[in-house]
Design a protein around this ligand. Structure first.
Ligand code: ZN
Length: 86
């Protein structure tokens, strides 16, 4: 699973709406990818705020938006991100 796919299913995963296979792939990616792991943490914070009917942290929302847009610009198979180690 790449970052674009992980981000696309991240919200559904946190809402418990993905199937087990997808959920496990997301977990594996979040474990592997620090960027997406941080995005997942941000989503959780925002969801918590919304659950309490508080306004989510504007900076967190802004960061998520920027991350999604950066993925759109790089696109898959563009030779951008390289995964080191293994
Ligand atoms: Zn990632």
């Amino acid at each position: 699973m790449g970052c674009a796919e992980a981000v696309r299913v991240l919200q559904a995963y946190l809402d418990g709406e993905t199937d087990e296979v997808t959920a496990r792939r997301v977990v594996a990616h979040l474990d592997d990818c620090r960027d997406c792991g941080m995005e997942a943490d941000l989503y959780r914070e925002i969801k918590k705020s919304l659950a309490r009917r508080e306004r989510p942290d504007a900076r967190a929302v802004e960061r998520l938006r920027g991350f999604g847009e950066s993925l759109l610009h790089t696109g898959p198979g563009d030779g951008g991100a390289r995964i080191s180690g293994g």
